[in-house]
Design a protein around this ligand. Structure first.
Ligand SMILES: [Zn+2]
Length: 358
């Protein structure tokens, strides 16, 4: 059977979704990543009358923000959840790399117009090229589908073909290097006519389905059941829109009160050392003991072994429900913000590692 592998430049795809959204009649267009790779396989099989192929694996390369303005915590969290969903539900191979936002807002529109800051993405294209070349060299596939638009990939596509592998390119009309689309294919990059995702919009669109779920917020008022189209990862608690809104306000307030949230001051400092610090901080897991829980206000603290204290909110709990949490439990956590002076730091993704006692 012909073996197929899909390689997706996730950053490029994500930032060009708006072009596909315009062609979709559905408001709030998203790609169904569980379907995407299969839809590409069917597209190739049907258009070139090829025998059925074996979709071996789908690789996606992307980035996630670190060292961002704390207002964007939910946005950053959603990105990480998205990668986790791809891995856990669809068995994608995801390689993701940090982008340092130097304490700024993540979206361009949320930053000041005078701010010349441009987020610098690292490693994504090289990682895609390395993976596609590596899997060609060890014969893991016969056909590579490259879901890309940047012309930087063309030497890669040429070399993969020189190894005797076939290459298909899937792209978006509004964001595609011209040489990928040209029928003359002077650079000898591809073995099939280009696949336009624009033509596949209705096939790859995520079709929202409403499910009845219960809001897990300890602060919820009234009937906790609500209909939602949000896709939840297994074990992930659901919070209704009202509670989310309240969380955001609360968190901002509480963090200003308890943590060293004075990003204005550090904005002007040189960024070199902070770069390294944050990449490290973001990837390492810390351990501590839960203390100072505020049951009706939805937050608490974790004391690390060195005595440093970290604020966390109910939305940061990764594996337990708020009501079952007890002071004295051990937990692992990532650091969103380091403690400053007498102020606490801020923890993200809090995973309780022991059973609740009595
Ligand atoms: Zn709620």
């Amino acid at each position: 059977m012909i073996k197929l592998m899909v390689f997706i430049d996730g950053t490029w795809l994500y930032s060009n979704l708006r072009h596909l959204a315009k062609e979709s009649s559905q408001p709030g267009f998203y790609i169904d990543y569980g379907i995407l790779a299969h839809a590409l396989k069917y597209e190739l099989e049907s258009r070139d009358d090829l025998p059925e192929m074996d979709l071996v694996r789908t690789h996606l390369f992307g980035s996630y923000p670190v060292n961002y303005d704390i207002c964007d915590e939910d946005r950053a969290r959603r990105r990480k959840d998205f990668f986790a969903l791809l891995r856990e539900d669809y068995h994608y191979e995801v390689e993701s790399f940090p982008i340092d936002y130097q304490k700024r807002r993540i979206l361009h529109d949320d930053r000041s117009e005078e701010d010349p800051f441009v987020p610098k993405e690292k490693c994504v294209d090289i990682a895609l090229a390395t993976a596609m070349m590596y899997h060609a060299a060890i014969n893991s596939y016969d056909i590579a589908v490259a879901v890309v638009g940047d012309k930087d990939y063309y030497p890669l596509l040429q070399k993969v073909r020189m190894l005797g592998k076939r290459v298909a390119i899937a792209s978006i009309q509004q964001s595609c290097a011209r040489m990928y689309a040209e029928r003359s294919d002077e650079k000898r990059l591809k073995d099939y006519h280009i696949i336009w995702l624009n033509d596949m919009v209705s096939k790859i669109a995520w079709k929202p389905e409403e499910t009845l779920v219960e809001c897990r917020s300890p602060l919820h008022e009234g009937n906790p059941e609500a209909l939602t189209t949000i896709r939840l990862r297994e074990g992930q608690p659901f919070f209704c829109d009202d509670c989310r809104g309240r969380f955001a306000e609360q968190k901002a307030e509480q963090m200003a009160q308890y943590t060293g949230d004075d990003h204005e001051e550090t904005m002007e400092e040189g960024s070199e050392w902070r770069n390294e610090e944050y990449e490290e901080a973001d990837n390492s897991v810390h351990e501590g003991i839960i203390e100072n829980l505020k049951p009706d206000r939805g937050f608490g603290f974790i004391k690390r072994e060195d005595g440093a204290s970290f604020f966390f909110h109910v939305t940061h709990l990764a594996n337990v429900e708020w009501h079952s949490l007890k002071a004295g439990q051990r937990a692992q956590f990532t650091v969103i913000k380091q403690p400053m002076g007498s102020k606490a730091g801020s923890a993200g993704e809090v995973t309780v590692t022991d059973e609740p006692t009595g």
